[in-house]
Design a protein around this ligand. Sequence first.
Ligand code: F6P
Length: 359
Amino acid sequence: MNKIGVVTGGGDCPGLNTVIRAVAKAAAQRGWETLGILGGYEGLLEPQQYVPLDYKAIGGLLNRGGTILGTANRGKFSAKTGHGETRQLPRELLDGVREGMKKLGLGALVSIGGDGSLTIAHQMCEAGIPIVGVPKTIDNDLHGTLMTFGFDSAVACATDALDRLHTTAESHRRVMVLEVMGRYAGWIALYAGVSGGADVILIPEIPFTYESICAKVKEREALGKHFTLVVVAEGAKEKGADFVTSAGQEANREARLGGIGAVVTAEIEKRTGKESRNCVLGHLQRGGSPTTFDRALCSMFGAHAVELVAAGDFGKMVGFVGAGVGSVPIIEAIGKLKTVPPDGTLARTARALGISLGD
Ligand code: F6P
């Protein structure tokens, strides 16, 4: 082993560059060369696209948002279709990756990605390709790790947004609704909602009713609090209803969620007579520098991924396991999303503080 490849896949998030840097640095400590594969796994196919990650190339990456390698959450290597369904990659693609690695002299691949990219990594591993995974996603919906990197940064962004909405909501005596990302998991909404002082938090795991939401608005009015902050996860849904999507279903692609904030805002205004406004935080949650916690997590993840490669421990995903960083078989992390337990500590904390979860 003297050369490894690193690849980023799926939606970007703060910390990708921090992991790339950590992998290249840890590999260099062992005397290995690292190649960054450009544009996701496709960069391994002809015409190959890659960049050597020497000391010069990784300068300034510690706190730089996005990924210098580019990424893709669609195209030939997408494994996720519709609402979490998976497809098997064709044999020719897996063979193409193997040949591409051989041509570049890569002894192993470090794949940085979420459920989709790691599902592909697992398929590659089954096909005999030496690969280790690093869990990335703002959604925090992967098993095998207490936290994915990017999540803390997204929560910090959403909490800051709530702090800002708080003052304008109070000044205008309005209901302010903040729609956050997270896909089918409510982690961002719940963490940011509790940290940012939301009065109502709506998450996919707990279907809501408008009666319950409006009761909270009215309760606050009666207490002399003439404004209400609502956080709604993009995957939240009314009891008995389906997800709200912002675009038609594309082939070989996850459904695009979004729009529930506007629906909830209009309904609250109609039912309570309170002036209400909607704010969609969108991709702001995926941009910018990683938080201090994410920088540390990414550095630990990158360094440990290289240790796994050195030990020939392939098919594993690094993870944050409480006492530190460890690893689990990739298969244990994928396939089933890690969603918010409706009776878990944070949900119970929210209720204990009088926050409505809309049920
Ligand atoms: O998985 C990360 C995520 O940001 C989700 O929270 C969101 O639903 C989706 O990606 C948005 O994807 P896109 O960048 O394709 O709009």
